[in-house]
Design a protein around this ligand. Structure first.
Ligand code: SAH
Length: 373
């Protein structure tokens, strides 16, 4: 039987095709009904995709064969193709370079730790924030990713883990961090829908805890305020990198628009709304932002606040004049914060030898194989 012609299922020009993960459960039912099928088929398909993590029609044995093919073709279009897979850290880190339908490259990284597995996802192809120490920032923004493209990265990681495809045996994705390519709050609607899909219980979504999701931002103040009003309990990370406007204007250029004080006010409002400690990200850059006086200035800004500092040894990007802080200097910086009662940890650096830091792999591939215009 020919199924009824559906309403056009393409988004605006230049956007990837609509995918099940772009839609909430009510929209999925409408879509399935447009295809001439009963609405409950949407739940069946969702259970396959979000629950069993299958997308091949052959595995959907509770659906009639013709229906499987039709629903899969309409609602599970392939969005990203794995172009390269790299593993390191004894198989506990796995990085994927993805090529989207329009040739744009994005990256995701799956990191396994005792008792948890963290998926680091991209929210945009490229990034428009232009932070000079970040590989992605150098390339500029190509485009926003769709919700389906964000979720595809996570579903792929979840599949690898459930099928025991990674060192450490079978497991599940327990945490997601928006610390891959892109500025998540500059792609607000798609990222927020992706958070809902990740955290809604099966079959609506993947059933990951909201508390295990981290949205990392350069400090887009209006979007931070909006996020605080969503009634979510996701963690917010703020990429501060300097306690003073003079230096932060250079390291995080959007600081020229929203200053350190405004960004931190928005962070504290977020903490108050969600009762969640804000993570303050600080890449340690040798002789740039690692002076003792800057540690003290940072401590003064954070004193008494619901905050935690994450010190990240800079991962030098090709062609950059900057490098990581001397370990002794970094240790002193950390100690100065700790002595002033500021909770502080040093980020574990995964995937150094596979260019896992922020856009490095995509940047090198872009040079090898320029994407389609
Ligand atoms: N745009 C968002 C999320 C993406 S990057 C943001 O800026 O928060 C995630 C974190 O990695 C940010 O704190 C970013 O500043 C940091 N980062 C980028 N390039 C880095 C590098 N070369 N070394 C260390 N940290 C880096």
């Amino acid at each position: 039987m020919e199924l009824a012609p559906a309403r056009p299922r393409r988004q605006a020009r230049g956007r990837p095709p609509v995918h099940l993960a772009d839609l909430d459960p009510a929209e999925r039912r409408v879509c399935v009904q447009d295809l001439g099928q009963p609405g409950y088929r949407a739940d069946q398909l969702s259970r396959h995709y979000f629950g069993r993590l299958v997308e091949s029609p052959d595995e959907m044995t509770d659906l009639p064969a013709a229906v499987r093919r039709e629903l899969t073709a309409a609602l599970l279009p392939p969005l990203l193709a794995a172009e390269r897979e790299l593993t390191c850290d004894d198989g506990m880190t796995r990085k994927t370079l993805w090529r989207a339908g329009d040739g744009a490259y994005v990256e995701s990284v799956l990191m396994r730790y005792p008792g948890r597995a963290t998926m680091c996802v991209s929210s945009q192809a490229g990034c428009g924030m232009a932070c000079p120490f970040c590989a992605t920032g150098q390339a500029g923004l190509t485009r926003n990713l769709s919700t389906g493209e964000i979720i595809t990265q996570i579903v792929n990681g979840a599949r690898v883990l459930t099928r025991g495809g990674m060192a450490g045996g079978a497991g599940r994705v327990s945490n997601v961090v928006f610390m891959g390519m892109g500025e998540p709050l500059a792609n607000y609607a798609s990222v927020l829908a992706a958070v809902r899909r990740m955290t809604d219980p099966v079959p609506a979504g993947l059933g990951i805890s909201q508390r295990a999701i981290t949205v990392s931002t350069v400090g887009l103040v209006p979007a931070m305020a909006k996020l605080a009003g969503e009634g979510l309990s996701v963690r917010l990370a703020v990429s501060l990198h300097a306690p003073d406007d003079e230096l932060r204007d250079e390291l995080v250029p959007v600081n020229r628009r929203w200053k350190v004080a405004e960004v931190l006010d928005a962070a504290w409002a977020y903490a108050a709304a969600t009762r969640r400690r804000v993570s303050v990200e600080y890449a340690m850059i040798r002789d740039v932002n690692d002076q003792a006086w800057r540690a003290d200035a940072l401590a003064a800004l954070l004193k008494g606040r619901l905050a935690h500092v994450n010190l990240i040894p800079l991962n030098p990007t090709p062609g950059s004049r900057w490098t990581a802080s001397d370990p002794a200097v970094a240790t002193e910086f950390e100690a100065r914060l700790a002595r002033r009662g500021i909770p502080v940890t040093v980020r574990d650096t995964r995937g150094r030898e596979i260019d896992a830091a922020c856009g490095q792999l995509a940047a090198s591939s872009q040079k090898l194989a320029p994407s389609a215009p």
